[in-house]
Design a protein around this ligand. Structure first.
Ligand code: ZN
Length: 122
């Protein structure tokens, strides 16, 4: 009884922000779902469903782990330390390799990632 009363009361009251919604600053979204994000979700959903029908070979698990680690290195060594913080200088072949490895992580372009990360440190 009291739970129903409380639910009714809450649902009939206008939200606190509805009176002056235009004057309240919108908080920065911490998460943005773009085409790359949707792709990652769909690919992982299909992969998870396929596990119900198919048992991957050991080589597939090893390759999956290797790609995951390469992508992680692309983000941490490339996108983060090299391009965001300019912590070191790299030759063109290394920059190209790190760019490809970072792209494998589906975390957006180097420019987008770097801008977001520099804002994060402010
Ligand atoms: Zn950083």
């Amino acid at each position: 009884m009291s739970a129903t009363t409380q639910t009714t009361r809450v649902s009939t009251e206008p939200p606190a922000s509805s009176k002056s919604a235009s004057t309240i600053p919108t908080p920065t979204r911490a998460f943005h779902l773009d085409a790359a994000g949707i792709t990652v979700i769909v690919v992982h959903a299909v992969a998870a469903l396929s596990l119900a029908l198919y048992t991957p070979a050991t080589k597939t698990w090893i390759l999956t782990y290797a790609i995951w680690q390469l992508a992680t290195l692309g983000i941490t060594v490339g996108y983060h330390r090299l391009w965001s913080h300019r912590a070191y200088k790299a030759t063109l072949p290394l920059r190209a390799l790190l760019a490809v490895m970072g792209a494998m992580a589906f975390q957006g372009s180097i420019r987008w990632w770097t801008q977001r990360h520099r804002l994060h440190h402010r």
